[in-house]
Design a protein around this ligand. Structure first.
Ligand SMILES: *Cc1c(COP(=O)(O)O)cnc(C)c1O
Length: 365
């Protein structure tokens, strides 16, 4: 496969780029290029092209603007000390992207085309991969329905884009536990719905609940299951872990995927593996709000944290709901969350051996 390269005729100076990389934050600045692939029902996937990053045009009747066929992914590229650039488990993102596409009746981009797009963009824009501690290049692939047609059916035309955004350390002042609001009024996903797909509509539907959480003085919303409003599912756009302890041994528990209402996080999956590597038990099963409450009361639950690509691990310090307010731990990040966070970051940044083959070289050292 080859990608047509049409790079920008007006590249930024090194000085300008350095300035923009000074304090990148998250999702605010973008590199100079993007990959674009068109799909049509009769011709399938067209060629991949690298073009300057910038606005796209859409017909006002484009299906995505009306009926919401839109999916996305998120993963990171890291610059290692030897100068090489790697990504973390990108084929897992490619497979999830294909699964999301199936759920929204969209065409699946082949895994190798997804990976090639990432490799070509990262190679072109490698000067934009930050190198300071905790920094990375966040890669955002997306697929939207572009056919100009107002009838309700799967679109016959789509646009795949892959672009990148330099990301600063998520917790520049050190990891600080968040306060969460357990939502009884709104749900993120229902059985048979789109909860397992990384689709735009899930996020649109979550925003009002997130606003309610902010009104309650909380940082994030915790989602319960749609049927019984009893089982803990996720925190915002992150998966959630409970750290139980008995006889000095930690046991990690994370809500199981079999309900079909959770987003199968790659960070979640990686932490289950790393916990078992450390000799800890790690279990996938349902956890109820009552078990959470009782576990804190009896001291069986020591820590609770959320995980995802953007923030890696975010400890939960305070839990608020209509039932009252609970404190988790002592207001600091717990030792288990801290240990796992350090270990995962060490793997991603190449400071410890990659024993699971999770790193894919994008630009050689
Ligand atoms: C993306 C996402 C996650 C985390 O997935 P990672 O692969 O770990 O980044 C968790 N929950 C939701 C709802 C998400 O959209």
């Amino acid at each position: 496969m080859t990608i047509d390269l049409h790079p920008t005729q007006t590249p930024l100076s090194d000085e300008e780029r350095r300035q923009r990389l000074q304090s990148p934050g998250f999702g605010r600045i973008f590199t100079e290029h993007m990959i674009s692939i068109k799909y049509t029902a009769d011709k399938g996937w067209g060629p991949s092209t690298l073009v300057p990053y910038g606005p796209i045009t859409l017909d006002p009747a484009a299906a995505v603007l009306h009926y919401g066929q839109a999916i996305f992914e998120g993963f990171k590229a890291y610059r290692h000390a030897n100068g090489g650039i790697v990504t973390f488990r990108p084929e897992a993102n490619a497979l999830r992207f294909a699964a999301s596409a199936r759920r929204l009746a969209m065409p699946e981009l082949p895994v190798d085309r997804f990976l090639e797009a990432a490799r070509v963009l990262i190679t072109q824009d490698q000067a934009w991969v930050p190198s300071r501690e905790g920094e990375s290049l966040y890669i955002r692939p997306l697929l939207v329905a572009t056919e100009a047609f107002l009838g309700v059916r799967p679109s016959h035309e789509y646009l795949f884009l892959l672009f990148a955004s330099p990301a600063g350390a998520y917790f520049p002042g050190g990891v600080k536990p968040v306060t969460v609001w357990i939502s009884d009024d709104y749900v993120r996903a229902a059985p048979g719905g789109t909860g397992t797909a990384k689709c735009a509509g899930n996020y649109a539907a979550s925003l009002v609940a997130q606003s309610k959480a902010l009104e309650q003085g909380c940082d994030q919303v915790v989602w319960l299951d749609a049927v019984e409003r009893h089982w803990v599912e996720e925190m915002g756009g992150m998966n959630i872990f409970f750290v139980f302890e008995r006889g000095g041994y930690p046991r990690l528990v994370t809500p199981s995927l079999e309900t079909g209402t959770l987003l199968p996080g790659i960070t979640r999956d990686s932490l289950l593996t790393l916990a078992r590597d450390l000799g800890w038990e790690a279990e996938e099963r349902r956890v109820s709000v009552e078990e959470w409450d009782e576990g804190l009361e009896t001291g069986l639950i020591k820590e609770v944290f959320a995980c995802g690509t953007a923030a890696v691990i975010t400890p939960i310090g305070t839990v608020k709901s209509k039932r009252g307010t609970w404190e988790v731990g002592d207001g600091k990040a717990g030792p288990i969350a801290t240990r796992l966070r350090t270990l995962l970051l060490d793997v991603q940044h190449g400071r410890v051996p990659d024993t699971h083959g999770w790193l894919t070289a994008m630009v050689p050292a």
